[in-house]
Design a binder for this molecule. Structure first.
Ligand code: SF4
Length: 424
């Protein structure tokens, strides 16, 4: 391994796991996410999913009052009442996720017991599961890991030979990937999370898992315990990573090499063409990735190897060496990879390093922009359809766009003589 791996700890500036409800509730429209938390939690989830205020939301917050937090009221009774009211009002809900938060953890509200109680009462009409989205020592993408891990024990058992894609993908991206796997000769491809929470995929010794996201550590562990094989591969970001990811499955399913080349070669050629204009902007530019989404290592690999960017520093909230075993060797020699965060020190290094672009959380982006540093919100990468070979150009554009915009603003503010039309 060639990267220079460091660790640091201190004050952190990241979103909490509740944020993942924003993409999970879109993925499973028959599920409801009931956050058991404070007004702060309600505000966070409302503003993160702001557009949803125009629709009937599929998430809400059971607000813990000061009496609950002081242990003066029975929060369990109140939670049961809110859940019952919700399920009466919304009979289309098939799965109710009770999502823990910092306040519910602080008062040690036992959501597993609450889920058990409600499951007994509802007798299969609605499935109630619980997980934690709390921001204590977690990052925002771990919310998805918690939600999927809560579903694993409920998956039916089957030893049928199948490929299971684990991690939320945009529907159109998923359809395309399934089509490509079918063309390679892999006929049975299922997904977790499924598009309907009531249609859970089966799992067993015939299941081969491809993780679509690098933050699903606990889900992967539980699937392995259920007999599944977790494939080792780079993550499907960029043409190279996506190709290797698909090749790992093709190898496991013993697809003929000629078929793999026939399907993937033209896609890779097209991706190189789509990448070219963005590479022109990005080549030689220096990027600093602050730790937040857990996508940082695959992104850094893509930005360096396919877009020609220089990596000043790659921060990761935590480093799962096993899951990143195929990514780390693809980074250039001596890349500084810092696990954890001391936000003040990291910002000092950003200022000292003068990068052309910083990938960071929304809370840090505005102050950095005010200092003249170009930024990209890391959360945007989780909301955008960026997976797969076909998306490589779009992924690169997410990084070239802010640099182009900065260049345009700069040109407008500081016009060069050559920018003006020449009059005879
Ligand atoms: S779960 Fe914790 S970090 Fe997240 S909004 Fe609620 S109080 Fe804040």
């Amino acid at each position: 391994m060639s990267a220079n791996l460091l660790k640091e700890s201190g004050p952190r500036e990241v979103f909490c796991g509740l944020t993942s409800i924003v993409w999970l509730h879109r993925r499973m429209p028959d599920a409801f996410f009931l956050v058991v938390g404070s007004r702060t939690c309600a505000h966070l989830i409302q503003s993160a999913a702001g557009v949803m205020i125009f629709a009937e939301p599929r998430f809400g917050t059971a607000i813990l009052s000061e009496r609950d937090l002081a242990g003066l009221a029975d929060a369990h009774d109140e939670l049961d009442r809110v859940a019952r009211e919700l399920l009466t009002r919304r009979p289309e809900i098939r799965t109710l996720f009770l999502v823990g938060s910092c306040p519910s953890e602080v008062i040690k509200l036992d959501l597993a017991r609450a889920a058990e109680r409600l499951n007994e009462e509802l007798q299969g009409r609605v499935r109630v599961v619980n997980y934690s989205g709390s921001g204590i020592e977690t990052t925002f993408t771990q919310g998805e890991d918690g939600a999927l891990a809560a579903l694993v024990p409920l998956l039916p058992a089957s030893d049928e030979r199948q490929l299971l894609l684990v991690g939320t993908l945009a529907d159109a991206v998923e359809d395309r990937l399934i089509h490509l796997f079918n063309r390679l000769g892999i006929g049975s491809v299922r997904s977790l999370p499924p598009r309907q929470s009531s249609e859970l995929p089966a799992v067993g010794s015939g299941t081969t898992v491809l993780l679509t996201q690098p933050f699903l550590t606990e889900t992967a562990r539980l699937l392995r315990d259920r007999g599944a094989t977790i494939l080792k591969a780079p993550f499907p970001l960029g043409a190279e990573g996506s190709r290797r990811w698909m090749e790992a499955a093709a190898d496991n399913f013993q697809c003929p090499e000629a078929k793999v080349r026939e399907v993937l070669d033209p896609l890779e050629d097209r991706a190189r063409i789509a990448l070219a204009p963005h590479r022109e902007v990005l080549k030689g530019k220096r990027i600093f990735l602050l730790p937040e989404s857990q996508l940082e290592l695959p992104l850094a690999r893509f930005l360096h190897r396919e877009c020609g960017m220089e990596l000043v520093e790659v921060g990761v909230p935590y480093l799962n060496r096993e899951q990143m075993a195929e990514e780390l060797p693809l980074l250039p020699d001596g890349t500084t990879v810092v696990e954890g965060q001391h936000v003040e020190r990291q910002l000092d290094r950003v200022r000292a390093g003068h990068p052309d672009l910083v990938v960071c959380g929304m809370g840090l982006a505005n102050p950095l922009e005010a200092e003249g540093i170009t930024t990209k919100w890391s959360i945007e990468l989780v909301f955008s359809p960026i997976h797969g070979i076909d998306q490589a150009g779009d992924l690169a554009e997410l990084f070239s766009r802010p640099l182009r915009r900065r260049q345009l603003i700069h040109s407008a503010l500081h016009p060069q003589p050559s920018d003006h039309p020449v009059h005879a």
